[in-house]
Design a protein around this ligand. Structure first.
Ligand SMILES: *Cc1c(COP(=O)(O)O)cnc(C)c1O
Length: 470
């Protein structure tokens, strides 16, 4: 065997073993970052080494620092399961080494994106004329969409922001919900729109924007406006009232952007689609492949109803690049050189199919309700959100003074993670510490929910008991 054959055989054997073990391996890495620095560290390599040996060493050294994020009982943050078809297509993307900027230079990679984009728009029920940029995730999708929004609202006001920048431009009003995701604020910062000069609209107990408050916030505004709504609140999974928001935004000539990193996928499931009713009325949408579609990291989609505004914001022109009339992949994203994200997206959409996506989304939402029901049987546990989607926000010790409940909640999360049956993380929401359960990995079965609920309850009882004994 050649060195390459031996190396790929090693990687393949290891990947198979890692994935087969993922249900049983500890979710939390055995070693911490500082220990991994020592394990992977050493002086700068001065001389060449054999590839097979280096890759073998990487596997051996990295393993204790890996989290079982693809496991069936990993409910931390909002993280998809990197399903095998997407992983295999992603390996091919690397093997083929396609730099996916240009239709003429890499027609297969560019066409896979164009085709997968049409399928995505169809499954998500979004306008077929929209353009889709394949970015690293919803953070860059928010950035890309809001760049198109910024250019377009200024263009309509007679200002060419791509040419003349923001100095001297008519001010843009940015209106969003109190509970907008942190990455929306990042995007606003990157775009020179600032994260402090925004107008924040009140939200209800689920973090859902108040439609009347939105209309009131818009009423006095004149000039360019960008409104930002949300499909799938990071803790509650709630959806903003899009019909109301879109009608008011468009009456004011505003651009409406929707952050739908995972929640937009409710559109794919007939029993959940009503939650996002009216979302199709927006001007742009950010969503992820590496959350509910289960592609490998990284993969997100910047979807814009107005391809002209999209391309105007992102186009990269250079004399040494093939041009042509059609938009190239690089005209829709911030990067010029990048990996071929269309291949894993194409492979995941084809292996799951429309009905497979629908089944998975429905099943995760049912499993979230199952988890909430199992936990809420305890009188001192409260579910803080309406579990409409895949997110469960759990308040432990609802009968205790707040500070004590918060401290016990944090200790319980640590205990759950150490015990290892499942993985959950916490957050601060509505003034209290919560346990967040995100059901979004493809491998999760109902029995995983039951086992995990038992583990969470056992950890909570143990912490509460230890507290009362002391
Ligand atoms: C995850 C998430 C983001 C950020 O997406 P990345 O893929 O991590 O860049 C933005 N908004 C919401 C609501 C999210 O859940």
């Amino acid at each position: 065997m050649s060195e390459l054959e031996k190396t790929l055989a090693l990687v393949s054997a290891h990947a198979l073993r890692f994935r087969a073990d993922s249900a049983d391996r500890p979710h939390r890495p055995a070693l911490a970052y500082s220990e991994m620095l020592a394990r992977l560290g050493g002086p700068t390599p001065e001389r060449a080494a054999a590839m097979e040996q280096v890759i073998g060493e990487l596997i051996e050294r990295a393993e204790p620092g890996l989290a079982a994020m693809i496991g069936p009982r990993f409910f931390g943050w909002v993280i998809g399961g990197t399903e095998p078809a997407g992983m295999a297509a992603d390996w091919l993307a690397s093997a083929w080494g396609q730099n996916t900027g240009n239709n003429e230079a890499t027609p297969a990679a560019a066409a896979a994106e164009s085709v997968a984009a049409r399928w995505l728009l169809d499954i998500l029920g979004l306008p077929s004329e929209a353009s889709v940029g394949f970015v690293t995730g919803a953070t860059m999708a928010n950035f890309t969409c809001l760049a198109a929004a910024r250019g377009e609202v200024l263009h309509r006001a007679g200002w060419d922001c791509e040419a003349d920048g923001l100095f001297g431009a008519p001010p843009i009003h940015v209106v969003l919900g109190e509970d907008a995701h942190s990455t929306v604020f990042s995007a606003l910062r990157y775009l020179g729109l600032g994260d402090r000069r925004v107008i924040r609209v009140a939200v209800d107990d689920n973090g859902r924007m108040d439609g009347d408050a939105f209309v009131e916030a818009l009423a006095p505004l004149t000039g360019p406006i960008i409104a930002i709504a949300q499909a799938g609140h990071i803790h509650s999974g709630a959806f903003d009232p899009f019909n109301e928001i879109a009608a008011a935004a468009h009456a004011k000539g505003a651009w409406l952007h929707v952050d739908g990193a995972f929640g937009l996928w409710a559109r794919a499931a007939p029993d959940r689609a009503h939650l996002a009713d009216g979302v199709e009325l927006a001007d742009s949408w950010a969503t992820d492949g590496h959350k509910w579609l289960q592609t490998p990291h990284d993969c997100g989609y910047a979807i814009v109803r107005h391809p002209g505004a999209h391309v105007r914001a992102m186009r990269i022109a250079a004399s040494y690049l093939p041009a042509g009339d059609l938009a190239h992949p690089a005209d829709l994203v911030p990067e010029l050189s990048r990996r071929a994200r269309g291949f894993p997206t194409w492979a995941m959409l084809k292996t799951l199919g429309r009905d497979g996506v629908a089944r998975m989304v429905s099943q995760h939402c049912a499993q979230a309700r199952r988890m909430a029901a199992l936990l809420a049987r305890e009188p001192d546990i409260e579910i803080l959100n309406d579990v409409v989607l895949n997110q469960v926000a759990v308040r432990l010790g609802s009968d205790l003074p707040a500070a004590q409940a918060d401290a016990l909640t944090q200790r319980t999360i640590g205990r759950i993670q150490r015990e290892g049956t499942c993985f959950v993380a916490g957050a601060h929401w509505r003034g209290v510490e919560i346990v967040r359960v995100s059901v979004i990995g493809a491998a999760t079965r109902d029995e995983d929910i039951d086992r995990s609920a038992d583990a969470i309850l056992a950890a909570w009882r143990a912490e509460r008991g230890a507290n009362e004994a002391s």
